[in-house]
Ligand binder design. Sequence first.
Ligand code: PEP
Length: 252
Amino acid sequence: MTRKPLIAGNWKMHKLLADAVSTALELKSLVANVTHCDIAIAPVFVHLKTLAERLEGSNIKIAAQNCSTETKHSAHTGEVAADMLKDIGVSYVIIGHSERRQYYCETDEMVNKKIKAALAAGLKAIVCVGETLSEREEGKLFEVVGRQLKFGLEGLTKNDMERIIIAYEPVWAIGTGKTATPDQAQQMHEFIRKNLAETHGIETAESTKILYGGSVKPENIKDLMEEPDIDGALVGGASLEASSFAQIINYR
Ligand code: PEP
């Protein structure tokens, strides 16, 4: 089974609009000939529509960094429904990023509701899982990621799983400059794929993209991508500059 890699840039809460547009346009020209992987960037909500318009017809898709658990347009001040994202040209939504779990109290149950809302709106969901440093040190990494997968993906059908991408992001590697070694990442990716085979069948497990995230840089992407179960990357800091993100995309 060949899985087309996805390299996605998570811009988090960075950039004013002019900077976001110029970075996106620079990236567009740097990766215009790329066909070996899918590409996405995730700017803040208020830049999504502008970037979707400016990148229309290019090989760069737009991702949101979050969506509401709620699907009905209703009284939820400050929230954005998944169909509102789809409506303005968004293709993917990142769900359950560790920063949202940690700082905004997102639970696996909320992650599950957000995934269902995203799928109902026709979006693809990039679902983040990963253990903290203490969980790894206590030997609980597989238990933690197994639980995030079990409750996060609960109730999803085989059809639903076609629009699910998993991002393994060890919390201790995010924004810290510490990358998991290719071996450490592969070990968890293999666990995730086996777990998906048990819960959703072998076909789903084999076709689901599993991205690695955590201090991915131009210098370490190639070794990570050589691992059999690593199907791309979710990149934070190194996606903020078009040139370094383009080098990551052109890892081959
Ligand atoms: C992320 O935010 O998803 C991430 C992996 O960040 P960084 O690449 O900066 O570690």
